[in-house]
Design a protein around this ligand. Structure first.
Ligand code: G1P
Length: 290
């Protein structure tokens, strides 16, 4: 049973300052929704039922966004603004639960995931990084593909994408023993390394921030020492995991935008804005004009 997804949202958002000074970077908008809502919709479309936010002080706008807003709803109802009311009320299907836990110190992604251990309990779980927005033909298609692969093989799954070789130092890079991993397919993993120097990178396949992991990872994270950047890295715990359980890389089919930086956020707005019925025409005309 795979029903829980951990979404770490405690990051400071320094790459999108000053926009993220007083609001969480996850609340910055892509077309008509905050980035976090796009990511949660991806999780819901892939069948997850429990969204576990790993958050910190100053980020309560994220929890508020997924809560009901009585005054706003009553006002929209009174004015008969039915479609706006629906868009506010139906942010999440009724069977989805949002739970939040705190990460009191910025000690890295591995530490953030470990903060959710009391909620994931002994269950396998997914991790989705909220900066990364995946634009699939069907929402959640790549995540769904990983859920299916996990269901068939029982192996943990890590979504990857080929990146230019001069960008490998920005990511976790996987080692598939030299196997070519075609888009939409997977391969067994024999290693991975967090933010390697270009010369040390085992491939150009970068971890994009979508994982399905066995419960055992939580035990390994408890003993994981600070690694790249002085932070407790999820990648380092996964290197340990490979010694005892199979892990697979899955090469994503969708386009991905890093909304944790300014250029990625703009690109996501243009790409999704060109598809949204309310904005496509005007945006297309504007882009042609400039
Ligand atoms: C994290 C992961 C890294 C992954 C990246 C994707 O790094 O540690 O393996 O490639 O997300 O965005 P961060 O971006 O938090 O430094």
């Amino acid at each position: 049973m795979l029903s829980k997804v951990v979404i770490p949202v405690a990051g400071l958002g320094t790459r999108v300052l000053p926009a993220s000074k007083a609001i969480p970077k996850e609340m910055l908008s892509v077309v008509d929704k905050p980035v976090i809502q796009h990511v949660v919709e991806e999780a819901v479309a892939a069948g997850f039922k429990q969204i576990i936010l790993v958050t910190r002080s100053g980020k309560s706008a994220i929890e508020d966004h997924f809560d009901s807003h009585y005054e706003l709803e009553a006002e929209l109802d009174r004015k008969g603004k039915v479609s706006l009311l629906t868009s506010v009320k139906e942010i999440l299907p009724a069977d989805i639960e949002v739970i939040s836990v705190r990460q009191p110190f910025a000690k890295g992604l591995g530490h953030a995931v470990l903060c959710a251990a009391a909620v994931t309990g002994g269950e396998d779980f997914a991790v989705m990084l909220p900066d990364m927005l995946i634009d699939n033909a069907t929402t959640g298609a790549d995540m769904q593909a990983m859920v299916e692969r996990y269901g068939q093989s029982g192996a943990g799954q890590i979504m990857v994408e080929a990146v230019p070789e001069d960008q490998v130092e920005r990511y976790g890079i996987v080692d598939c023993g030299g196997a070519a991993v075609e888009v939409g397919h997977g391969a067994s993993l024999c290693g991975m390394v967090e933010k390697p120097a270009r010369a040390d990178a085992p491939s150009n396949l970068a971890i994009v921030g979508r994982y399905i992991l066995p419960a055992r990872v939580m035990d390994l994270l408890k003993d994981t020492q600070p690694g790249a950047g002085g932070e407790i890295q999820l990648t380092d715990a996964l290197v340990q995991l490979i010694q005892e359980a199979p892990l697979e890389a899955y090469s994503m089919t969708g386009d991905i935008y890093d909304c944790g930086n300014k250029a990625g956020l703009l690109q996501a707005n243009v790409a999704l804005g060109l598809k949204h019925p309310e904005t496509a025409e005007a945006l297309k005309a504007f882009l042609a004009r400039i």
